[in-house]
Design a protein around this ligand. Structure first.
Ligand SMILES: [Zn+2]
Length: 285
């Protein structure tokens, strides 16, 4: 009984304190106010004080959940202008796995002075295509390097079904497997719009975009004032041509990987961070 009385008195005091400055409000909705007052201290006030708030709540950052996904062998596919380079960098640094494009595979082989490197060098110098019987063993060799044992990110390789099949055999031989094929999807029209808005300074190479990164004075370089131009590479017809080549080249790869359940389609028409988030969750599935 004593307790109940004490509680009742407390309540009275409290309601007096609160009600005093705003009499009108208190009289209008007495029931609601009472209910709030009883619930608040019981539920909210105490735990807030009791828990010392150690570190900020650990958010599952890509880094944390990323390491648990290793080893992670990924293939990244996407049209020119889809921001593939940016995503490749993010993936590579998040998971700490090397980013392997045919270009840097060849350069590494040349630098290492291997037999294969010696075969590649004259071909590249002459601007010739490096045949599969040279490319495939270079990839094999690279996959065996110590920094690649936790995984690799392939970018622009494999490009053909024979290369894809060869890669599969290599992984098998090494007791590994390709975990995911990430396909960044951007409609052709969006790519053309992105690329055809680019303006370049013919003098110093500065690049602008009429929408995303306009120069201070329209059509003039911020640095040197030279008239900006649309490079031939960025002309809509050229862009569309490259996209057609990409689509023709990629379609068989998609048809190869999709039935194996390896393909993760990612919507590339968003900010780089949003795209990366989707890639990351695609890798976890
Ligand atoms: Zn300039």
């Amino acid at each position: 009984m004593a307790r109940a009385t004490a509680a009742a008195q407390k309540k009275k005091k409290a309601s007096k304190k609160r009600a005093a400055p705003k009499k009108g409000a208190a009289q209008k909705k007495p029931g609601l106010r009472k209910l709030k007052r009883v619930k608040k201290p019981a539920l909210a006030a105490k735990p807030a004080k009791g828990i010392p708030d150690p570190k900020p709540t650990p958010r599952p950052t890509p880094d944390m959940s990323g390491r648990s996904l290793l080893p992670l062998n990924i293939l990244l596919i996407g049209p020119p202008g889809a921001g593939k380079g940016t995503q490749a960098e993010k993936i590579s640094s998040t998971f700490n796995i090397p980013h392997l494009s045919t270009g840097n595979l060849f350069r590494a082989a040349i630098k290492a002075g291997t037999e294969l490197g010696k075969k590649v060098e004259p071909l590249l110098a002459a601007g010739k295509l490096v045949p599969d019987d040279v490319t495939i063993p270079i990839v094999d060799e690279r996959l065996s390097q110590p920094d690649a044992t936790q995984g690799v990110l392939f970018d622009g390789y494999p490009r053909t079904i024979p290369q894809a099949e060869a890669l599969e055999r290599t992984f098998e031989r090494l007791g590994r497997k390709l975990n995911r094929v990430v396909l960044i999807e951007v409609p052709d029209s969006a790519i053309v719009a992105r690329m055809s808005g680019r303006r370049s300074c013919p003098k110093d190479g500065s690049v602008y975009h009429v929408v995303a990164n306009p120069p201070r004075e329209p059509g003039k370089c911020d640095k040197c004032g030279t008239d900006l131009v649309t490079r031939p590479d960025d002309q809509p017809e050229t862009v569309q041509g490259r996209l057609n080549t990409y689509t023709a080249q990629t379609a068989p790869l998609i048809a190869y990987y999709e039935p194996k359940g390896l393909l993760a389609r990612v919507d590339g028409v968003r900010t780089p961070d949003q795209v990366f988030e989707s890639i990351h969750s695609g890798l976890r599935r």
